[in-house]
Ligand binder design. Structure first.
Ligand SMILES: *Cc1c(COP(=O)(O)O)cnc(C)c1O
Length: 321
C-alpha cells in the first residue's frame, strides 16, 4: 500500500464565503467543502481522510464499499484506493444502472463494480468478503456513504473548524443547514456542538431521501455510537433537527423549483450544486426559513459537494422564469 502525501497531512480549511442572495432579511454564508482538493471534493473527502488512517492501520489489500451509480462516496474511495495502489471493489444496487460521471470514474479508477438487487446487498457484501478472505486477501469494508464513527469524527472536526472560522470572522451563525443522507455528516456536526455545550444555534439536516422517523433515528444512533460512555452526559434530543418535508418525492427526485435554485446559485453566485443533494437541501432551507418565518438571522449553508452530479444535469439546468 502506498502512502498519500495529501492524506498524511491535515485537510486544508475550506472557505466560508458570503452569498449575494438574501431571503427574509437573513444573511447567508456558504462553507465550500465541495472545494476540498481531492477527487472533486465534498463531504466524502473529509470522511475518506479518516478511513485512510483506518485502512493503513488495518494492513488491508482490498478496499470494499457500497453505493449507487450516483455515489460521490464510491468515486472518492475508488480514487483513493487507486492512488494507494490498492484493489477496490464496489457493490452497487442493480435497480438504477444509468451511467453517470461518478459511475464512469469509479470504473476508470480501476474498481470492480458488482451489482445485485437492493434487498440482497447485505448478503452480497458478506459473500464477497468471505470470497476475498478465502483467496487469502485482507478486505477492509467501508459502509455506504462512509457511515460509521470515522465518518462522524470527520464532521466533529469540521464543526470545530467552523467555530474557529467564526472567531476569526467575528460572526456567529444562528443556523447551519446541510443535506442529510446517511446521517454521518449531521451526527458529526451535532456531536461537535454537544461536546462544546454550544447550544446557541440550530443545526438543521434537510433530508434528501429518508423519512423523519428512520432518518432521525439513524442520526441519533450514530451520535450514541460516537459519544459512547459520554452519550448520557451530552445528548439533547432538541439538538437533532432532521427535516423530511423537502424530499420532493425521494432520493434523486427533483422538480423545476429545485432546478431554479440550482440555476440561481450557478448564475448569480458562481457556485455549482447538484439536484440530488446540495441543490435540494438549499431549496429545502429556503422553504424552511419561509415556513418558520425566520428573519434577520445569520445562516451558514454547508456545501457538501457532488460536483460531478452537477455536470450530469447541465443540459437541463435553466430558470423557467
Ligand atoms: C453523501 C452526501 C451527502 C449526505 O451526507 P451524509 O453524511 O450521508 O448524510 C450530502 N451531500 C453530498 C453531495 C453527498 O455526496
Amino acid at each position: 500500500m502506498k502512502q498519500l502525501v495529501f492524506f498524511e497531512q491535515p485537510l486544508p480549511v475550506t472557505p466560508i464565503m458570503p452569498l449575494e442572495m438574501t431571503c427574509g432579511q437573513n444573511a447567508f454564508w456558504i462553507k465550500r467543502d465541495d472545494l476540498l482538493p481531492f477527487s472533486f471534493g465534498g463531504n466524502k473527502v473529509r470522511k475518506a481522510a479518516e478511513f485512510y488512517k483506518e485502512i493503513k492501520k488495518s494492513g488491508a489489500d482490498v478496499v470494499m464499499t457500497y453505493g449507487s451509480n450516483s455515489s460521490n462516496h464510491c468515486r472518492i474511495i475508488a480514487n483513493m484506493a487507486a492512488a494507494m495502489e490498492l484493489q477496490c471493489h464496489v457493490i452497487s444496487p442493480e435497480e438504477n444502472r444509468e451511467i453517470l460521471y461518478n459511475t464512469r470514474m469509479v470504473s476508470q479508477f480501476g474498481a470492480s463494480i458488482e451489482t445485485c438487487p437492493v434487498n440482497e446487498v447485505a448478503q452480497t457484501i458478506e459473500n464477497r468478503k468471505a470470497a476475498f478472505v478465502k483467496e487469502g486477501k485482507k478486505p477492509y469494508f467501508i459502509t455506504g456513504g462512509g457511515h460509521g464513527n470515522p465518518g462522524t469524527h470527520s464532521y466533529v472536526r469540521a464543526y470545530d473548524e467552523i467555530c474557529a472560522q467564526e472567531a476569526q470572522m467575528g460572526v456567529h451563525f444562528d443556523y447551519i443547514f446541510h443535506a442529510s443522507g446517511t446521517g454521518a455528516t449531521q451526527a458529526g456536526l451535532v456531536c461537535g456542538q454537544l461536546l462544546r455545550e454550544d447550544g446557541a444555534r440550530r443545526i438543521v439536516g434537510i433530508s434528501i431521501a429518508r423519512e423523519k422517523e428512520r432518518g432521525r433515528e439513524v442520526v441519533r444512533e450514530s451520535i450514541e455510537s460516537y459519544l459512547g460512555a459520554d452519550y448520557e452526559k451530552y445528548y439533547r434530543d432538541d439538538a437533532l433537527i432532521f427535516e423530511d418535508a423537502y424530499r420532493c418525492g425521494g432520493y434523486g427526485a427533483y422538480d423545476q423549483q429545485i432546478l431554479n435554485v440550482v440555476y440561481r446559485l450557478m448564475c448569480k453566485e458562481g457556485i455549482p450544486v447538484d439536484t440530488t443533494y446540495v441543490g435540494k437541501a438549499f431549496w429545502g432551507m429556503l422553504q424552511y426559513l419561509q415556513e418558520q418565518a425566520v428573519s434577520g438571522r445569520k445562516i451558514l449553508f454547508l456545501h457538501t459537494g457532488g460536483t460531478p452530479l452537477f455536470f450530469d444535469k447541465l443540459n437541463i439546468i435553466k430558470n423557467d422564469k
